[in-house]
Design a protein around this ligand. Structure first.
Ligand SMILES: C[S@@+](CC[C@H](N)C(=O)[O-])C[C@H]1O[C@@H](n2cnc3c(N)ncnc32)[C@H](O)[C@@H]1O
Length: 343
């Protein structure tokens, strides 16, 4: 994250698109640099988080009303409904005493989608629920015994809103890439495998949709999670390479920054190929935050193979593509992390 924030600052960009914005961590980092950011994600919860953290201009928010809404919601009495039954009694993601409050708060918000505070309050509820859940992070399963934090009372907090304009768009990056823009910089952080984010975070999706969906399995995932309609080409190995190439080719931005890793469906050479049409390409590789270009079994910039495959660990790649002078300026402090395609 500090790397992406630094690359963004060095790019001098003042407009950006994050095509796979998810939690909006990266989009937020760009907005913190004063950029006008557009955040795109295919999930409902991704759109709500983006409306809160990217599209909301903190200078235009009625902070007194927001604070009093949070206070009011925090004192609502619990009332068991779909959430409590599905996620607290049939499954054990959240303790029932908290689940009843989630039901009451979310019911209170329902029908208020036009309120400018809606996405901020819903984001606050999503995050509050997350802080007292009994999982190891993703919502594919819950712990056998209640996690210590699940005993804490649910507490809505004020999300850290940022000043300035921004936009949230829900949809498929393949369709949206040619339609949005222009931007100074596009950031792409596509899914790495077949696991759909809507399944990993199905409780967030249900908190947003609030549609009492039929569910399946021990995890009580929304039935939608196993239907093709929730699918993304980025979660299908045969479709992913062309989908990524088409987004890279179509996105209307001077600079493209792509995050990927070496355990997924495309190799470093293919990533270079995919970015080649954007101009000059530089790639950085990191292992656990460490510079690794000179220590693992890939090629350095002189084309020499260095290190032994036995030492290989998971590598995070960041590719930067665009006008040569801009790309070289952006990656200049990261010379030790530079890697090249195989000789
Ligand atoms: C690796 S995550 C991105 C994480 C993000 N950078 C963050 O800071 O949280 C990939 C994201 O792509 C989204 N996604 C999957 N398929 C998509 C598609 N076809 N179009 C747009 N977003 C998609 C997922 O919902 C997920 O949030």
């Amino acid at each position: 994250m500090p790397l992406l924030s630094d690359l963004f600052a060095r790019s001098g960009a003042s407009t950006a698109i994050d095509m796979f914005s998810g939690t909006t961590r990266v989009a937020r980092a760009f907005k913190e640099h004063g950029a006008d950011v557009t955040a795109v994600d295919i999930t409902r919860y991704g759109e709500v988080l983006a409306r809160c953290y990217v599209a909301t201009d903190s200078n235009l928010v009625d902070l007194d009303r927001l604070a009093s809404e949070l206070d009011r919601l925090n004192t609502l009495s619990g009332h068991a409904g779909y959430f409590t039954k599905t996620f607290c009694l049939d499954a054990r993601y959240v303790q029932p005493f908290n689940g009843e409050r989630v039901d009451a708060i979310r019911n209170d918000l329902e029908g208020r989608q036009d309120d400018p505070l809606f996405s901020v309050l819903l984001t606050s509820l999503i995050e509050a629920t997350d802080r007292v859940d009994s999982t190891t992070g993703v919502q594919m399963a819950y712990l056998k015994n209640w996690a210590p934090r699940s005993h804490n009372p649910l507490e809505l907090r004020l999300p850290n809103l940022l000043p300035g304009p921004g936009r949230a768009v829900r949809g498929n990056a393949v369709d949206l890439a040619p339609e949005l823009g222009p931007f100074d910089l596009a950031y792409l952080d596509p899914p790495y495998n077949q696991h759909r984010y809507i399944a990993n975070y199905h409780i967030w999706e249900t908190l947003v949709a609030w549609d009492d969906p039929d569910h399946y399995g021990i995890a009580n995932k929304r039935v939608e999670c196993r239907e093709p309609c929730s699918s993304s080409p980025f979660n299908h190995k045969p479709l992913m390479p062309d989908a990524l190439r088409s987004v890279i080719a179509a996105v209307n931005a001077r600079l493209v920054v792509l995050s990927y890793n070496d355990e997924s469906w495309l190799g470093l050479d293919e990533l270079f190929e995919a970015c080649a049409g954007r101009g000059h390409v530089a790639a950085l590789a990191f292992e656990s935050g460490r510079y690794v270009g000179a220590t693992i079994g890939i090629h350095n910039r002189e084309g020499h193979k260095v290190g032994t495959p036995g030492h290989r660990k998971n590598l995070e790649y960041v590719l930067v593509a665009g006008p040569e002078d801009m790309v070289e300026h952006m990656v200049e402090p990261y010379g030790k992390a530079r890697v090249d395609r195989a000789a």
